[in-house]
Write a protein that binds this ligand. Structure first.
Ligand code: UGA
Length: 440
C-alpha cells in the first residue's frame, strides 16, 4: 500500500521505517527540515536500538523512492492511508494535552486527501478528539474517512513493538465507512494479522480510552510499588523482595513492579495528567482522582533521592561533589523528557552540590534542556573524587560496574542506587556505603 506518516518523531519515524520494512511504499512528512534530511540520508534523528541498522538495510528501498521523507505535505498525496503521529505534549500551565500539532496535521492533510483515503490517528489524544476530527475530515475532504489506531510502542523496543505488536486496536465509524477503514488497516497490518495478533475493532471513544487507560494502569502499577517502597523505608523491609514475592502471583505479575525513581518520559506523566484533565471536563473527575496520588507518589521519589544524597554526604550538599550516572528517563533511550534522573540532577545542583553527570546516549539531549549541568562523557570523569555516586538510569554498563575499580576513582565510597539495579552485598563487601530507595 502507499502510506504517508505525518510527524517523524519517536513514534512516526519508527512507524514509517517499519511500514517500509513490511513492504509498503511510505512517505514520512515532518516540519523539521533537519530531521527530514537525516532520515533521507539514512540516519536516525534520535537514539533507538536497531533503527540505524534498519535504515541501512532499507538503503535500496530508500534509493528507489519507496521510503522517502519530506517537509512538503503534498508528498502525502496519492497515499491511501495517512497516519497522524505527531506529539501531544502537556499544555503549558495546565494538565491538559496540547492538541495544536494534531489539529494542524489534520488541517494540512485535508487538501491532499481523495475520496476513499483513510486518515489514521496514532497520537495519544483526549477522548472525544477523534469524533471532532472526523467532522473536520467530512467537511474538508468529502469521502475521506478517519480511524483511530493507538500505538503502544515502548522506546527502546520501538521496532519490535511496531513490527510485532501485542494487539491492534482500530477505532472506526459505524457502517460502510468503518468497514472500509478496517479493510485498509487490515492490509497495512497483514503480516501481524497472519501471525494471529489480537485485533479489537471498536468505536473512536473506546480506542482513545484504551490507550490512555493502558498508560494510566502502567503508571499506577509503578506508583503502587513505589508507595510500598515508602512503607518499606519506614519499616526496614526490602521492596525488591516484596515485588518478587507478590509478582509470583500471576494475577499481579512481576513486570512494571521495579521500585526506584519512578516513571518519566514523554508519555506516562503527561498522559495521566491529560486523562485527569479530560475526566474533569466530562464531570467524572472523582473516577480518576487516584491518578493525582499516582503522580504525587512518583514525584516524591525524586525528592527522597535528593534527601538520601544529602544524608550520605553528611547533611549538607553545598560544595559536595556528586557523580550522576544516567540522565535518560530509562535505559536504551536518549529521551530526557520529564526524566526523573535529569530532575534529580538539577535539584542537587540547585541545592549547592557540584553535580558531574554522564549518560551513554543522553548527554546532548540533556544539554538542550539544562545548560547549567556539568556533563561529561565517561563514568571515570563523572566519578573522579566524588563524595557520592548516584545511579539514576539503569543502563547495563552501570549495572556491570566493578565496586573495586570505581572505588579507586571516587573520593568517598558511597553509592545510591536509584533504580535498585545493583547487588547491595557486592558493594558493601567492597567497603561502600550502599543506599537505595525502599531497601534497608
Ligand atoms: C510507555 C508505555 O509503556 C508504552 O506502552 C506506550 O506506548 C508509550 O508509553 C507511549 O504512550 O507512547 P515508554 O514511555 O517508552 O512507554 O516507557 P516505559 O517502558 O513504559 O517506561 C516509563 C517509565 O517508567 C520509565 O521512566 C521507567 O524507568 C519507569 N519504570 C518502568 C519504572 O520506574 N518501573 C518499572 O517497573 C517500569
Amino acid at each position: 500500500m502507499k502510506i504517508s506518516v505525518i510527524g517523524c518523531g519517536y513514534l512516526g519515524a519508527v512507524h514509517a521505517v517499519c511500514m517500509a520494512e513490511l513492504g509498503h511504499e511510505v512517505v514520512g512528512v515532518d516540519v523539521d527540515p533537519n530531521k527530514i534530511a537525516m532520515l533521507n540520508r539514512g540516519e536516525a534523528p534520535f537514539f533507538e536500538p536497531g533503527l540505524p541498522e534498519l535504515l541501512e538495510k532499507l538503503a535500496d528501498i530508500r534509493a528507489s523512492g519507496r521510503l522517502s521523507f519530506s517537509t512538503d505535505i503534498s508528498a502525502a498525496r496519492g497515499a491511501q492511508v495517512h497516519f497522524v503521529a505527531v506529539g501531544t505534549p502537556q499544555k503549558k500551565g495546565s494538565n491538559a494535552a496540547d492538541l495544536t500539532y494534531v489539529d494542524a496535521a489534520v488541517e494540512a492533510l485535508l487538501p491532499v486527501l481523495s475520496a476513499g483515503d483513510i486518515v489514521v490517528g496514532k497520537s495519544t489524544v483526549p477522548v472525544g478528539t477523534a469524533a471532532r476530527l472526523a467532522q473536520r475530515v467530512v467537511e474538508g475532504a468529502p469521502g475521506a474517512i478517519l480511524a483511530w489506531n493507538p500505538e503502544f510502542l515502548r522506546e527502546g523496543f520501538a521496532l519490535k513493538d511496531t513490527l510485532t505488536p501485542d494487539r491492534l486496536v482500530y477505532g472506526v465509524p459505524a457502517g460502510s465507512d468503518g468497514d472500509a477503514a478496517v479493510a485498509a488497516l487490515d492490509s497495512v497490518y497483514s503480516v501481524a494479522l497472519e501471525n494471529d495478533t489480537p485485533r479489537i475493532v471498536t468505536d473512536y471513544a473506546t480506542a482513545e480510552l484504551v490507550k490512555v487507560s493502558a498508560n494510566a494502569f502502567l503508571a499506577t502499577k509503578i506508583s503502587f510499588i513505589n508507595a510500598m517502597a515508602e512503607v518499606c523505608e519506614a519499616t526496614g523491609a526490602d521492596v525488591t523482595q516484596l515485588a518478587d514475592a507478590i509478582g509470583h502471583d500471576v494475577r499481579i505479575g512481576r513486570r512494571f513492579l521495579n521500585a526506584g525513581l519512578g516513571f518519566g518520559g514523554g508519555c506516562l506523566p503527561k498522559d495521566i495528567r491529560a486523562f485527569m484533565a479530560r475526566a474533569d471536563e466530562l464531570g467524572v473527575d472523582q473516577a480518576l482522582s487516584f491518578l493525582s496520588d499516582v503522580d504525587a507518589i512518583n514525584l516524591r521519589r525524586r525528592t527522597r533521592m535528593v534527601e538520601l544524597a544529602r544524608e550520605v554526604v553528611g547533611g549538607d550538599l553545598t560544595g559536595k561533589r556528586i557523580a550522576v550516572l544516567g540522565l535518560a528517563f530509562k535505559p536504551n533511550s536518549d529521551d530526557v523528557r520529564d526524566s526523573p534522573a535529569l530532575s534529580v540532577a538539577a535539584e542537587l545542583a540547585s541545592s549547592g552540590a557540584i553535580v558531574v553527570a554522564t549518560d551513554p546516549e543522553a548527554i546532548e539531549t540533556s544539554r538542550a534542556r539544562n545548560h547549567d549541568l556539568h556533563l561529561v562523557e565517561t563514568v571515570e570523569e563523572a566519578a573522579a573524587g566524588a563524595d557520592a555516586v548516584l545511579i539514576l538510569t539503569e543502563w547495563q554498563e552501570y549495572r556491570d560496574l566493578d565496586p573495586e575499580t570505581l572505588g579507586g576513582i571516587v573520593g568517598n565510597r558511597a553509592i545510591l542506587d536509584g533504580r535498585n539495579c545493583l547487588v547491595p552485598s557486592q558493594w558493601r563487601d567492597a567497603g561502600w556505603t550502599y543506599r537505595a530507595l525502599g531497601r534497608p
